[in-house]
Ligand binder design. Structure first.
Ligand code: AMP
Ligand code: ZN
Length: 467
């Protein structure tokens, strides 16, 4: 089956065909590094991770770009307040962002360009737009895009351009649909900007937010590329403006497929400063919540559905991961050397998994295919021994799907020396039939999140996924 994605631009599911055979060029709007990233941001990045990993699973070579916004109104305000250069101010948040990506096992993109390192590219783009009379300079030295000159304006957000107030302008990077106005490509220097400015042919100033993504996406992916992603809040004005300025500058189509994930909610409400209900990933990790449980929670709801983040969802995710890991481990023991009997079952699970993700990344159905295979194999094992070949085949399938889910491995949770010694002491206690000591040590380990499982072949351990 062909892969299909819901394209915000056309408002329908479309078959995915890359511009260049076998290659996917993907741009994903990245963080503004003026604070730590919250779990809503990570919902977007995990959705993009799923997309990227699935495309690779399907055999595509993916080239992904994620920008780092390291200059904007909020950064300038906060850096000036703290008397720091924007560089000094943003670096810790930038480093934290990459550490958070690793904690959530998000695969790295090919490029993470920073806005401040691409000022010449942005200036060049603005110059082209001014040259084409699609942009003009205002009294304060800022340069605005002339929305009325771009007839397709409003196509992505499905807006009626007639409602705009011609000639009126907006300097803010974020504004509402009701306020369609000419928007700032370049912002002239104001005294509150302090030392933050670039000296250019337009005079002292700095770029607007929207131009950043156009300049950097086109630099790394070319003027026309395959997929552009973000959260739904990016549709307007950010992505609408990106299309307008890019297509006006190049005269060609900018992006073929626009994919947007719905919001993550907390207590069924949008996270916002006024409700003080922001949850930063770091807070959850500091509480000892297992990052794979967070990853699974953010991953397992379809990206175009709202996701209400709750403790119950984290618990359910921990259970699902435990089930997957236990099942995988169980494939090691009690095997027989006869001909395979489950090939049909495994092939069907693989087909269902792929066709679900082919259908606009339907992850819930893809997961259902995996868990129903586990159930059926367990039913089979009630009356039969698993053959070595079947076990190998199932393991291959689980390892393949884990290149997307990335929750099976526990490599980051090796035993500490103390934990190893405790397990050793308990083994000795059991050998000496000293059950009291053996039980006591088991409880000590359990309190540390290590679960022991005794079997005729010996004792194995696993780490509890804490939520
Ligand atoms: P920002 O740093 O606000 O520009 O956001 C970075 C990315 O996170 C963008 O793709 C946003 O659309 C996305 N995003 C922000 N808040 C949420 C949320 N509550 N749920 C899902 N995605 C979000
Ligand atoms: Zn962007």
């Amino acid at each position: 089956m062909a892969t299909r994605f819901y394209n915000t631009l056309t408002r329908k599911k479309e078959e995915f065909r890359p511009i260049e055979h076998g290659i996917v060029k993907l741009y994903t709007c990245g963080p503004t590094v003026y604070s730590f990233a919250h779990i809503g941001n990570f919902r977007a990045y995990i959705f993009e991770d799923l997309l990227r990993r699935y495309l690779k699973f399907e055999g595509y070579h993916v080239i992904q770009v994620m920008n780092i916004t390291d200059v904007d109104d909020k950064i300038i305000r906060d850096a000036n307040k703290m008397n720091l250069s924007i560089d000094k101010f943003t670096i810790p948040y930038r480093n934290a962002f990459f550490a958070d990506l690793d904690a959530l096992r998000i695969e790295r993109a090919e490029h993470y360009p920073s806005a401040t390192e691409h000022i010449p590219e942005m200036v060049k783009l603005v110059k082209t737009l001014v040259g084409k009379e699609m942009a003009y300079e205002s009294d304060d030295g800022s340069i605005y895009f002339k929305v009325s000159e771009y007839p397709k304006y409003g196509q992505l957000a499905n807006l009626n351009i007639d409602s705009m107030i011609r000639g009126s302008r907006v300097i803010n990077d974020e504004y509402e649909k009701e306020q369609i106005r000419d928007f700032a490509l370049w912002k002239g220097w104001k005294s509150e900007d302090g030392n933050v400015f670039w000296e250019t042919e337009f005079g002292k100033g700095r770029p607007g937010w929207h131009i950043e993504c156009s300049a950097m996406s086109m630099k790394y992916l070319g003027p026309h590329f395959d997929i552009h992603c973000g959260g739904v809040d990016n549709i307007f004005p950010h992505h609408e403006n990106e299309i307008a300025q890019s297509e006006s500058a190049t005269g060609e189509k900018f992006v073929n497929y626009w994919l947007h994930c719905e919001h993550l909610l907390v207590n069924n409400e949008k996270m916002s400063k006024s409700l003080s209900n922001f949850i930063y990933l770091r807070e959850l990790l500091d509480k000892g919540i297992d990052p794979t449980a967070i990853r699974f929670t953010l991953l397992s709801t379809h990206y175009r559905q709202k996701l209400n983040f709750t403790d119950e969802k984290l618990d359910a995710s921990a259970k699902s991961i435990t089930r997957l890991r236990d099942f995988f481990r169980s494939l090691e023991g009690c095997l027989v050397d006869s001909k395979p009997e489950l090939s049909g079952l495994i092939d069907n699970a693989r087909k269902d998994f792929e066709s679900s993700l082919d259908d606009d990344l339907n992850i819930s159905e893809a997961l259902a295919a995996i868990f129903s295979l586990i159930k059926e194999v367990n039913v089979f094992r009630q009356t039969h021994k698993l053959t070595k070949l079947d076990a190998e085949n199932i393991k291959r399938f689980l390892n393949d799907i884990d290149t997307i889910l990335n929750v099976l491995s526990t490599s980051e949770s090796e035993l500490t020396k103390e934990e190893r010694n405790l397990i050793e002491s308990r083994n000795i206690a059991r050998k000496n039939r000293n059950w009291l000591d053996a039980d006591r040590i088991r409880d000590v380990l359990l309190a540390k999140g290590i679960i022991l499982e005794d079997s005729p072949k010996g004792t194995t351990w696993k780490r509890k996924i804490s939520t």
